[in-house]
Design a protein around this ligand. Structure first.
Ligand code: ZN
Length: 487
């Protein structure tokens, strides 16, 4: 009897302790740029902020490890945006027993569905390919030859998604509320601000998610905040600036015009979400202004086409400039000559065209997908241009072309690179160091602590020093699985 009573008392104290505790555990994006995941605990409510996939080679193991927090003990998941490194492990969390809601903005929910289904399909294809290769080589690899999750797993996760409006506090119970604000990074992206009310006092904890750039097309600019007790901020470009802002539209127009004048195709490897729609937006304006001739423009990817439809459905995310276009009777993401290609037949037909065209297709780094077919048909033609608008990771086919390789291997064939190679830098979706400082600089007083995440070690350490020296904020760069009590 005594033991049972003592046990009940201990459990009661434990609960009481939890009720007054506000803490955070860092479960990813620590001195790295992928795997964003934080356990935020307040008033006994446990919320996972983001549930992202790890994509750096040296940390892929973490995707396979059981969730560091028992999924059944998590009350809700809050997603800042639809990039895979912020939402990619949700299907695994659900398979492991998570039963709660996954909250995100309406646009994010629609994009997350596309991203997770695509990711699951890639996981299945990769596992099948690995099985085949390992069978041929008579060995086993470091990771299981099964998909991280299947398309079925992804489908089972989708009903958990729940849409939340920007600016409307979401009640998570026990005095904990979360509000989503524009982050200006991709469609639907948000900074998430938690307010914890207990015993007449109130605390604010702000998660930046990924902070976008000011002046991006279609999206509103990042929100500026004036106060928070604790801030968790990304630091992808914490050690550098993007350089003098380039006018991407003017550059795109010049490169397109020169290529069309030469009678060639402009081939643009692109990511299916955000970058593809930004390109369509700029091309639409360039053609309307007659800065480039009206040639056929192809967006060749079922995923990019679906994402474009999500962009068109979520006008609530548009900035004033885009609304002006709509009021003047134009559709920002449609124009005469734009062809959205879903089927393989539509994709193949592009190569039969005998007039110059603009062809956009994923993947953005030319590692897979339809872009490889278009490169086969265009890379050896001096009148064509291959235009890079995104980061090319070391070793990727895109990087080989960009670095000036005279020959590249595509689909098992060596092809000479004779096309013109061009690059536009200004498309980055992330705030650079100056923009991050501008974001922090809007606070009236320093937060009690700033935690820097989502950056390579050099980037977060450099930014930590910079913030301490210039703004006087206390700064930490947490390690993987580190906990911090927010007193
Ligand atoms: Zn992102």
């Amino acid at each position: 009897m005594m033991a049972a009573a003592a046990g009940r008392a201990a459990a009661w104290f434990h609960d009481l302790e939890r009720i007054f505790l506000v803490k955070i555990q860092f479960l990813g994006a620590n001195r790295q740029v992928t795997g964003s995941r934080y356990l935020f605990e307040a008033g006994g409510v446990r919320v996972l902020v983001d549930c992202g996939m790890f994509q750096e080679r040296e940390h892929l193991d973490r995707n396979w490890e059981p969730s560091p927090v028992p999924p059944r003990e998590i009350d809700a998941v809050v997603l800042t945006h639809a990039h895979l490194d912020h939402c990619g492990l949700v299907p695994r969390l659900v398979r492991e027993g998570f039963r709660g809601p996954v909250y995100a903005t309406g646009a994010s929910v629609d994009l997350v569905e596309i991203v997770l289904r695509d990711s699951a399909q890639i996981q299945e294809e990769d596992a099948a390919y690995k099985q085949k290769r390992h069978r041929q080589e008579g060995r086993r690899g470091p990771h299981p030859e099964i998909p991280l999750y299947t398309v079925k797993d992804a489908q089972r996760a989708l009903p958990h998604l729940q849409k939340v409006d920007y600016g409307k506090p979401l009640d998570l119970g026990r005095g904990v509320r979360a509000t989503f604000h524009d982050a200006g990074h991709i469609l639907g992206s948000a900074n998430v601000e938690f307010q914890v009310d207990s015993n007449g006092s109130s605390r604010r904890v702000l998660f930046s998610g990924d902070v976008g750039q000011w002046g991006k097309p279609i999206l509103r600019d990042p929100t500026l905040f004036t106060e928070a007790d604790y801030v968790i901020m990304e630091s992808t470009y914490g050690d550098r600036d993007h350089g003098a802002r380039e006018d991407v539209e003017t550059q795109l127009g010049e490169i397109a015009r020169q290529t069309i004048d030469a009678g060639g195709n402009l081939v643009v490897p692109t990511f299916a979400i955000e970058r593809a729609q930004e390109l369509v937006y700029h091309l639409s304006r360039l053609m309307e202004a007659k800065a480039i001739p009206r040639v056929p423009v192809f967006l060749d990817s079922p995923m990019a086409v679906e994402a474009t439809e999500v962009f068109e459905r979520h006008r609530e995310c548009y900035d004033d400039e885009t609304w002006e276009l709509i009021r003047s009777g134009r559709q920002p993401l449609r124009f005469p000559g734009l062809k959205l290609c879903r089927s393989v037949e539509e994709s193949k037909a592009i190569n039969d065209l005998r007039e110059p065209a603009i062809i956009m297709a994923p993947s953005g780094m030319c590692t897979a997908g339809r872009i490889k077919h278009h490169l086969v048909h265009n890379v050896a033609r001096p009148e064509c241009t291959i235009l890079f608008v995104g980061y090319q990771v070391r070793g990727a086919l895109g990087r080989q072309i960009l670095e000036g390789n005279r020959e590249v291997r595509i689909h098992g064939r060596m092809l000479p690179v004779r096309a013109r190679i061009a690059e536009i830098h200004g498309f980055s979706g992330h705030a650079d160091r100056s923009a991050l400082m501008r974001w922090l600089g809007a606070f009236r007083t320093p937060a009690r602590r700033l935690f820097l995440t989502h950056g390579e070690p050099e980037a977060c350490d450099a930014l930590a020093g910079h913030v301490q020296a210039n703004l006087g904020w206390p700064v930490s760069v947490p390690e993987y699985q580190e906990e911090a009590e927010l007193a």
